[in-house]
Design a protein around this ligand. Structure first.
Ligand code: DON
Length: 329
């Protein structure tokens, strides 16, 4: 993103940069404890040991390390964007009437609670069931129009049209049996506002948007600043929606590891099975804090654990949170 780099390649805190370089080099090797998301054929062959990070601060500091510029697909990180888009297009209460804000403690693609809890309202927009419902709520009476609404938000935030990784999209479209089952169930219980195939197309296309760590660090920074864009200097997301998105990231963003993330890392974060983590540190009243004005963090490390979270990326974030005292608690 040319404009962003122009704005940001201004200062680099060299001590933090050398700390990060050291940690990235160290945690790369931990990828061996995870696997690429092999249930999506096109993600199977990612390079396990890649690890990269971008940190953006509102005042113009940008720190990058490792494989920060390797493109990857948003996958579940897109659920934050589509939730924000649905709130912008339909209003918060309309959306929350159709999807709740409670963590599940179950796997991201679990179907079990839809049937166990009546009337079958999805627990939150960060699990697949909730995200498929949210995809169906986007404004527009076709998948094309719904996606256009989402792409316009993306462009407004990142200053560029999204690129879709067609191979990843096709590969998931052909193998997404669990998501199809979830969508059919949601249709039967009236928690899907579009046809099944239309909601799936929107959901899987949003998952296939390609980004780098720099892009998701900027999304994180905008949320850290309650929806205020550091480059355009405009309030691009209403404060209330940004706060809701951050609460959902903290409580549900890392799936059934969200409790551990809150306890041992303590910052709002959202993962995707491609190995991305979008995280953020809100501004702090404590003047001795590093990142006192807050920051956005984008991480990529494609080996994921049993919860669907990047192994090396989570360890790197934990190290940063401990060394730099980033926890919000
Ligand atoms: O629907 C799926 O299974 C994927 N497109 C996205 C899942 C995902 O990223 C879960 N994240 N950790």
């Amino acid at each position: 993103m040319e404009e962003l780099s122009k704005e940001y390649d201004i200062h680099v805190n060299s001590q933090r940069k050398s700390d990060l370089d050291e940690w990235v080099a160290h945690y790369r090797s931990f990828a061996i404890e995870g696997q690429t998301a092999n249930y999506i054929p096109a993600l199977r062959n990612a390079h396990l040991s890649q690890l990269g990070i971008t940190i953006l601060e509102p005042g113009g500091t940008m720190i990058k390390s490792g494989d920060w510029d390797v493109p990857f697909t948003l996958q579940s990180i897109s659920k934050v964007l589509s939730f924000i888009a649905a709130c912008l297009g339909r209003g918060i209460s309309y959306v929350l009437d159709r999807v709740d804000v409670e963590p599940t403690g179950d796997a991201f693609n679990s179907i079990i609670r839809l049937e166990m809890h009546k009337p079958g309202k999805p627990f939150n927009p960060m699990i697949n069931a909730g995200a498929i419902t949210v995809a169906s709520l986007l404004p527009g009476d076709s998948s094309h129009k719904k996606l256009e609404f989402l792409y316009e938000l993306f462009e407004n935030l990142l200053g560029k049209r999204p690129t879709i990784n067609e191979e990843v999209y096709q590969s998931e479209w052909q193998t997404s049996h669990r998501n199809r089952a979830l969508a059919h169930y949601l249709k039967e219980t009236n928690y899907l506002e579009s046809e099944v195939e239309e909601a799936l197309e929107v959901y899987l296309m949003q998952c296939s948007i390609e980004v780098t760590t720099e892009d998701i660090a900027l999304l994180g920074l905008i949320l850290a600043q309650d929806g205020y864009h550091p480059v355009s200097k405009e309030q691009v997301i209403p404060k209330k929606v940004a706060k809701l998105a951050k609460a959902l990231m903290l409580t549900c963003g890392m799936y059934n590891a969200s409790g551990k993330f809150a306890a041992f890392i303590g910052v709002p974060a959202k993962s995707g099975v491609s190995g991305g983590i979008m995280a953020l540190v809100p501004p702090s009243a404590r003047s001795e804090m590093p990142f006192q004005d807050g920051c956005g963090i984008g991480i990529y490390g494609p080996a994921i654990d049993e919860y669907g979270n990047s192994v090396a990326g989570s360890l790197l974030l934990k190290q940063m949170a401990q060394e730099w005292d980033l926890s919000i608690f």
